[in-house]
Design a protein around this ligand. Structure first.
Ligand code: HEM
Length: 367
């Protein structure tokens, strides 16, 4: 113990670690009425770290070669000690990441935390949403199963609907006219290097903004406080009389992460193939199109939207418009009111939008 204390003292003399920890953790106050939903961001961070660790472990045996990829994944599942556990944690974790990301977004939406002065928190979050979609899409191809191959064929094909540059873009994404070995190479590079590093950098920026501006005050709860921010110069939103991040809220975060882990491991151990249709167990075959090829659950609404319009370009344009609207939301919805019940128009649009997304997804699943 004394050795540990001496080590801390040694570091402290050099970088002032104790002062930093005090300022950033113990004296970092959160609103007294903070709630469980504010833990979603920490759960997301935890999932991202889990994905990086399990991903690195998978890389030890995975071979990014179209002739060997499927066999290497089968080897991980059947022969590598605990390989199945690592792979299931990675595959289930990717779905959980999207689910928790949506919950984080919904809580930010309903509590109005995206409003001024947190527009940049929202915009960096929106970039993270698209990056997480990108990392899921590229990861889907790596096992080189029938599902991987045909889902990627359908997804990349949709880009061809863009006038003038569409066909060029499809070939750029695929590295050829059809999905094949060059597609695996570029998706692998994106999945294991480009996108994770970009996510890490944007998460850093997201948290930097949070630190600079302070956590938003929830619009409801035991001791409701008004947002003191005024647009007359930068002002850090402190929370006098609030609760310290460490140890108080860190314990709440830990509780939320434990609840998440219980749900996550429940799926990994009791229903590991929940997110695996049967085509995921067959090796890719470019000459045999499966009867029903569907994207992952969170892309089903996009897939169905492309199908309901007579022209694929209109389907893409509608989705582009919806995403642009979402990205710019804090600049469109500028009223100061944050309480959901005092924003009826917003509530109707938000709940309507979520129901539409779920409805299109269910339709896409059964169509
Ligand atoms: C990899 C994905 C993400 C990670 C790791 C992450 C992490 C976090 C963390 C740790 C916080 C602070 C605590 C909290 O309010 O939960 C936070 C706050 C915030 N996030 Fe995210 N986030 C992610 C994605 C998103 C997305 C997709 C959006 C919305 C489009 C978003 C918007 C915000 C906003 C507006 C805040 C400020 C909330 C406040 O001050 O009350 N984030 N994020």
């Amino acid at each position: 113990m004394t050795l540990f204390k001496r080590l801390i003292d040694w570091i402290d003399v050099r970088i002032g670690a104790r002062q930093l920890a005090k300022e950033e953790l113990v004296d970092y106050l959160l609103p007294a009425n903070i709630n469980f939903w504010y833990s979603m961001g920490s759960i997301l961070l935890f999932i991202f770290v889990m994905q990086v660790v399990t991903g690195i472990l998978l890389l030890i045996y995975y071979v990014p070669d179209a002739d060997k990829a499927f066999r290497s994944v089968t080897f991980i599942m059947n022969d590598v000690p605990f390989g199945w556990l690592i792979r299931m944690c990675h595959a289930v974790g990717s779905n959980m990441m999207v689910l928790v990301l949506l919950l984080h977004m919904f809580s930010v939406l309903f509590m109005g935390s995206y409003k001024s002065p947190r527009e940049l928190n929202w915009v960096t979050g929106f970039i993270l949403l698209t990056l997480v979609q990108g990392i899921s899409l590229t990861g889907y191809l790596l096992p080189w199963s029938q599902l991987s191959f045909w889902a990627t064929t359908v997804a990349t094909n949709s880009v061809s609907a863009i006038p003038a540059v569409g066909q060029y873009l499809v070939e750029f994404l695929r590295g050829g006219k059809l999905v094949g070995p060059p597609t695996l190479g570029r998706f692998f590079a994106l999945h294991v290097a480009v996108i994770p590093l970009t996510i890490a950098a944007v998460v850093g920026l997201h948290l930097f903004l949070l630190e600079r501006i302070g956590v938003s005050t929830p619009p409801f709860g035991l001791k409701e406080t008004k947002n003191p921010w005024r647009p007359d110069g930068f002002r850090y939103e402190d929370h006098p009389g609030g609760i310290p991040f460490f140890p108080n809220y860190a314990l709440q975060d830990l509780t939320s992460i434990s609840i998440y882990l219980a749900c996550f491991l429940g799926v990994v151990f009791f229903d590991p193939y929940l997110f695996f249709p049967k085509d995921a167990f067959l090796p890719a075959n470019a000459f045999q199109t499966p009867a029903h090829i569907k994207p992952e659950w969170y892309f089903l609404a996009n897939y169905q939207t492309l199908k309901i319009f007579p022209n694929e370009f209109i389907g893409l344009a509608v989705q582009g418009a919806a995403m642009t609207f979402l990205a710019l939301l804090p600049f469109i919805d500028r009223g100061p009111e944050k309480h959901p019940l005092k924003r009826p128009v917003f509530m109707i649009c938000a709940i309507g939008g979520i129901l539409l997304w779920i409805g299109l997804g269910i339709w896409g699943h059964y169509s």
